[in-house]
Design a protein around this ligand. Structure first.
Ligand code: CA
Length: 228
C-alpha cells in the first residue's frame, strides 16, 4: 500500500516513515503542497496523510482542490491538539479521518488500515482467491489453510494483484507498488519477485501478458504437491 505523506516537520515525518515501513507500507514523502500536488498526479497513491500547516499553503485548501478534481483517495489529516476548529472545517472539505498531534503510531496505522478497508469496500480484513487467503493486517497468507511465508515485497505484490482482480498491471504500476517514489531499482526487480511468488503459490497465479504486463490468474490448486 502506497502512502503519500505530506508533512514539513522532518522529525515527525522520519518517525512516521520508519514506523509505517515496518508495517509494510510504502511511503512517498513530500514536504509542501506543490510537491504533494505533483506526486498525486504521478504516483499511484492508496492513502494520504496530510499535515494542515504546510510552508506553501494550507493542507485543507490542497484537499479541497483534490476533491473538486474528483480525486477520491482517502485522506487522514494530522492536526494539532488545540486546532479543533480545523476538524470541523476538514470534515466539510472531505477528510476521511483525523489524528491529533502528538499521535500514537499504533493508533495511526490502525486508522490507516480501517480507511483503506473502507475505501476498498471490504468488510472483513481478508482477501480470498479460491483457497488462497491474504490477511493484509497481519501480513499472512494461507493456501488451503496452510500458512505460506512471503517476504515483505512478495506480500505487497500479492496484495496488489488480488486487489486488481482481473485488471492488467503494468511493470511500472508494480514497481510503484513495491518501491517509493524515485527509488532507483533494477529493471529485473519486479520479475524476480513474481518468480518467487509463482514458486510459492503456483505458476498459474500470475499470468504474463506479453509486452503489456501481468494479470492475476486462476487460484492455485489446493495442496502443496501441485505447486512444485
Ligand atoms: Ca506543519
Amino acid at each position: 500500500m502506497h502512502v503519500l505523506l505530506i508533512e514539513d516537520d522532518e522529525l515527525v515525518a522520519s518517525g512516521l516513515i520508519s514506523g509505517l515501513e515496518m508495517e509494510s507500507f510504502v511511503v512517498d514523502w513530500v514536504t509542501d503542497a506543490t510537491s504533494a500536488d505533483s506526486a498525486m498526479t504521478t504516483v499511484a497513491t492508496d492513502i494520504v496523510i496530510l499535515d494542515l500547516g504546510l510552508p506553501d499553503g494550507d493542507g485543507l485548501e490542497l484537499m479541497r482542490r483534490w476533491r473538486t478534481r474528483g480525486v477520491n483517495v482517502p485522506v487522514l489529516v494530522l492536526t494539532a491538539r488545540d486546532a479543533m476548529a480545523d476538524r470541523v472545517t476538514g470534515l466539510d472539505t472531505g477528510a476521511d479521518d483525523y489524528v491529533l498531534k502528538p499521535f500514537d503510531l499504533d493508533e495511526l496505522t490502525a486508522r490507516l488500515r480501517a480507511l483503506l478497508r473502507r475505501s476498498a469496500g471490504q468488510a472483513s480484513p481478508v482477501i480470498e482467491h479460491g483457497c488462497l487467503r491474504l490477511f493484509p493486517e497481519r501480513g499472512e497468507v494461507t493456501l488451503g489453510g496452510v500458512p505460506v511465508t512471503l517476504s515483505r515485497r512478495e506480500l505487497l505484490l500479492l496484495d496488489k494483484f488480488l486487489r486488481a482482480g482481473n485488471n492488467l498491471l503494468t511493470e511500472d504500476q508494480l514497481k510503484d507498488a513495491l518501491y517509493g517514489m524515485g527509488t532507483d531499482i533494477g529493471s529485473n526487480a519486479v520479475n524476480v519477485h513474481i518468480h518467487h511468488l509463482r514458486q510459492k503459490l503456483g505458476r498459474e497465479l500470475i499470468q504474463t501478458v506479453r509486452g503489456m504486463g501481468y494479470r492475476l490468474g486462476p487460484p492455485p490448486a489446493e495442496g502443496p504437491g501441485e505447486r512444485s
